[in-house]
Design a protein around this ligand. Structure first.
Ligand SMILES: Cc1cn([C@H]2C[C@H](O)[C@@H](COP(=O)(O)OP(=O)(O)O[C@H]3O[C@@H](C)C(=O)[C@@H](O)[C@H]3O)O2)c(=O)[nH]c1=O
Length: 187
């Protein structure tokens, strides 16, 4: 069974699947629906995503999709290392606009479960980093939104030792939280 740890924002978990090492390499179950359900995490994943970032300091985010196409995400790194960030965008949450960051690496195989209602992003800490993640709804350009990675209201403490940041134009132009659509009503 994986290790599972609730992180400090409600609904966010770190999972560390077991790795079975042998002389060939290793084997690991990276997703088990029954294990998540047994821990109160109800998910249906419909799409798997894979991104490759060539450079250290590549920042993707902060992204989310609005209802009715909101996405739960289960994120892991299969090559390299990232600083992964989630931001609570549930308007009625006591931790609205709060963030947390966690290092995900291929070496540890740890994962983050990002619930509906959160923006998500990451910064690569190594070159040639590959991130795989499952999502709970299909990509919908009409519902996709972004909020600025450097919004002072959120004040994410991104690792500073990565040199020059590499960010898409779309992400550089994302609105501040004050001007962004958030998740209203119950999650
Ligand atoms: C996210 C996504 C993008 N695309 C396309 C649109 C675009 O032409 C190209 C690159 O898209 P983006 O620049 O949005 O890719 P990227 O910046 O890697 O977006 C991802 O960032 C991380 C942080 C997340 O949490 C993801 O949900 C997703 O938003 O891929 C799809 O076809 N399906 C998808 O699910």
């Amino acid at each position: 069974m994986p290790e599972i740890r609730a992180l400090r924002l409600d609904g966010v978990f770190e999972l560390t699947p077991r790795k079975f090492d042998d002389d060939r390499g290793f084997f690991s179950e990276t997703y088990n629906a029954a294990f998540l359900a047994a821990n109160g995490i109800k998910t249906t994943f419909v799409q798997d995503n894979h991104s490759y970032s060539a450079d250290v300091g590549t920042l993707r985010g902060l992204h989310y999709q609005l209802p009715p196409r909101a996405q739960v995400k289960l994120v892991r790194v299969v090559r390299g290392r990232v600083f992964d960030v989630v931001v609570d965008l549930r308007e009625q949450s006591p931790t609205f606009a709060k963030w947390l960051g966690i290092e995900l690496s291929a070496a540890t195989g740890n994962q983050i479960l990002v619930p509906v209602g959160f923006a998500h992003g990451f910064l690569t800490l190594e070159p040639d980093t590959e991130v795989l993640y499952k999502v709970g709804d299909f990509y919908s350009p009409d519902h996709e939104r972004a909020v600025r990675f450097d919004d002072p209201e959120i004040a994410i403490d991104w690792p500073a030792d990565v040199g020059r940041l590499r960010i898409s134009t779309k992400d550089q132009r994302a609105p501040l939280l004050a001007n962004a659509a958030v998740f209203v009503g119950a999650a």
